[in-house]
Design a protein around this ligand. Sequence first.
Ligand code: CU
Length: 160
Amino acid sequence: MNARTTRTLAAALSLTAALAISGCSSDSGDSGDGKPRMTVSGAYMPQPVNDKMAGAFMVIKNDSKTADKLTGVTSPLSDDLQIHETKDQKMQQVPSMDVPANGELKLERGGNHVMFMGLKNTPTVGDKVTVELHFEKADPVKVELDVKERTYNAQNSTGH
Ligand code: CU
């Protein structure tokens, strides 16, 4: 092996190392351009009583090291979706909600939730309702809500 071959080999090895490092960082949830990426689980809507309003619940997970905010929700089912928090058992609209870095935003019964004001139809159990979540930094995320029985509560299955 001459000196030239050794140098080429070293260059090839350091290139491989660089690729491995960048491969690693894209696994952390950042999409490469520094934007957080959200994953959503357990999204559902209890079957609405009428076409006046409906709630939506889910867990939004931020696996990146960049804190973000849920800033809005849209859906073909309604032109007016609001982000609500519950304080002293009363709900009120807020302009945005934090999704902490390496954390999650829980939208659950009795707490924070998405609220549909005025429905174009009344979905029933087994239907799917599409919503799009909008964030300050992350790209929008499309989510399918499973329409569940009115009494359904995802928390029941986790022992709360
Ligand atoms: Cu509400």
